[in-house]
Design a protein around this ligand. Structure first.
Ligand code: GLY
Length: 573
């Protein structure tokens, strides 16, 4: 080839490459929001249209969820948000988890015989930790947002004042918790206005909550943790028989933490660090599973390996995990691929490992609450946010004059060592309550990144959050899109009780038989029971967004189990 031909080739080759398969896009073509309530998703979109970034939109979505989903989360609870800054590439985990009040020592939760009193742990003033979500909102707005807090919280204030229609899930939850909620005058005033309990379809207004949100929007941290709101909160808790102080509220602090990062196949996974157990458990499970081609395995073999990874991660959760500001945790060991290899080596490919060989007590499974939303904006900023008041309507207690329904997060501590909490998980010294300590969580807001795709996902569901996020990651890895991942049928194992719980369609009857022959106990829905005990429930409310960088397309996935949820893609914010 002569000199001119070489020069031509050198000039044409880059052009040919550019015309070939599209290079991954550098920026998303718009924004996407997925949340558990359409009003919250719409508020996020409204704020993006006003020039807000993903972090402002997150404040708006969270604020509206606090108003329209009191069953799941709110200003009286806490949250764990994972943020990605599109410009710097930095990920940060913002920990707005509740803290234990100084007076809430373990003896306060025991009955006369020394047994755990679930009533005290799950209802009323002693069950509530010092709220973290308001401080989290202020922190994210001030440090990462573009808009003032009062602009991002405006949709929440408007909806609290003007009201929204009570939906079926909220009405059902209220019917289930009403007996507790009716004990407290502040709660009765909100949920039984004029002495009439709320009903499905009725417009539900919360003027006190609107005023509390306004003080927060105008004064930031001090608008909730000092002054009028703080005085009402302390007075209301103490009048109901609890013991909070103004100093405890004023002393609450959000923590920024380094997220957990690890590799799974072509993905970098970024997820929740302690005091959530989710990230460590996820890393253990996925590092156990990494060498297998799960998609190529027969169904029973695949479920067996996934369940065995779940069993081992939940066993370690029980013994080792708690608030890292208070206890020393062997995190480096638990996250190491070598440790995962050791756990993998202990799995018999043909036989279930009985959980009692890994030691422990059988425990019941209960229901699940909490909420999650996912956002990505046109600058590549991302939010995966999970927030909660713990169980259905939290503690059931609204301190009069605040509209703030307090959490019952104290139940997430190991209040009596080795005794299961409402989610059937238990703990020991690492998760014992101490003044100011954060209770261990399962919230697992997560990002996935490959050359071709960026994903944010998460879900409510107590201890099942972790296994739902695991199955979501496996779904994306198998090539599913956001909506397919949100809809995936689920199964769950948490070491104890030693049983696989499965949704309809999650495990075929044939695979269930094979798993039973391997020694697994399976709780299948009745129509697929094949001899199992039967369970008709479904669980979770997964909300996810994905940016396909090859097609430069955004997609959202909102869990079809929840009719109020909504995922929206905004082409040009
Ligand atoms: N309250 C549920 C959790 O944080 O795991």
């Amino acid at each position: 080839m002569n000199r001119i031909a070489w020069l031509l080739l050198a000039f044409l080759l880059p052009l040919a490459a550019a015309a070939g398969p599209a290079a991954p896009a550098a920026h998303p073509p718009g924004a996407a929001v997925a949340s558990a309530h359409h009003l919250a998703t719409e508020a996020g979109i409204e704020i993006l249209r006003q020039g807000g970034n993903a972090f402002d939109a997150a404040v708006a979505v969270s604020g509206v969820l606090s108003v329209v989903e009191p069953i799941s989360s709110g200003l009286g609870g806490g949250g764990m948000w994972l943020l990605h800054d599109g410009k710097t590439g930095r990920d940060v985990f913002v920990d707005g988890r509740e803290t234990a009040p100084a007076a809430a020592t373990p003896d306060k939760f025991l009955d006369a015989r020394g047994d755990l009193d679930p009533q005290r742990a799950q209802n009323g003033p002693w069950s509530a930790g010092i709220p973290g979500l308001p401080a989290l909102l202020v922190h994210v707005a001030e440090k990462y947002g573009r808009l003032p807090l009062r602009q991002s919280l405006a949709p929440a204030i408007r909806i609290a004042r003007e009201g929204f229609p009570v939906y079926a899930r909220m009405a059902r939850g209220y019917a289930a918790k009403r007996q507790v909620m009716d004990r407290y005058p502040g709660t009765r005033a909100v949920f039984s206005p004029n002495g009439k309990p709320i009903r499905e379809g009725q417009v539900f207004r919360q003027p006190d909550l609107a005023a509390t949100l306004e003080r927060l929007a105008a004064q930031g941290f001090d608008g909730f943790y000092r002054g009028t709101t703080a005085r009402h909160l302390v007075a209301g808790v103490n009048a109901a028989g609890g013991q909070w102080t103004l100093d405890e509220l004023a002393g609450y602090r959000v923590r920024e933490r380094e997220p957990i990062h690890f590799r799974y196949h072509d993905w970098t996974i970024t997820t929740a660090p302690l005091p959530s157990s989710g990230g460590i458990a996820l890393a253990q499970m996925l590092q156990i599973l990494a060498p297998y081609d799960l998609e190529a395995m027969p169904e029973a073999e695949r479920v067996h390996m996934v369940v065995e990874s779940m069993r081992r991660a939940f066993r370690d959760r029980t013994f080792y995990l708690g608030d890292p500001d208070f206890v020393k945790i062997p995190q480096r060991l638990l996250l190491s691929p070598d440790y995962a290899a050791g756990l993998r080596a202990g799995i018999d490919p043909d036989k279930a490992t009985p959980s009692d060989l890994l030691s422990g007590q059988p425990t019941p499974l209960e229901d699940e609450e909490t909420t999650h939303f996912s956002i990505i904006d046109a600058d590549g900023n991302r939010v995966a946010a999970t927030q909660t008041v713990n169980l259905l309507f939290g503690s059931g207690l609204i301190p009069p004059g605040t509209g703030v329904l307090l959490n019952d997060e104290m139940d997430d501590f190991a209040l009596k060592p080795g005794t299961p909490n409402a989610f059937g998980v238990m703990g020991y010294e690492a998760n014992a309550p101490k003044p100011g300590k954060r209770m261990l969580s399962s919230m697992t807001p997560t990002f996935m990144e490959s050359r071709d795709k960026v994903v944010a996902l998460g879900t409510p569901g107590g201890s099942r959050i972790i296994t739902m996020v695991l199955l979501g990651i496996l779904g994306y890895d198998a090539g599913l899109d956001a909506q397919q991942v949100a809809a995936l049928p689920r199964y769950h194992h948490q070491w104890l009780p030693d049983v696989i719980d499965a949704e309809p369609g999650a495990i075929s009857a044939q695979a269930a038989q094979a798993l039973q022959a391997m020694g697994h106990r399976i709780d299948l829905p009745p129509d697929e029971a094949a001899g199992g005990r039967g369970s008709s429930h479904v669980w979770g409310n997964l909300q996810t967004v994905e940016w396909d960088r090859r097609a430069n397309a955004l997609r959202g996935g909102s869990d079809p189990r929840n009719p109020e949820g909504k995922a929206t893609v905004l082409a040009q914010p």
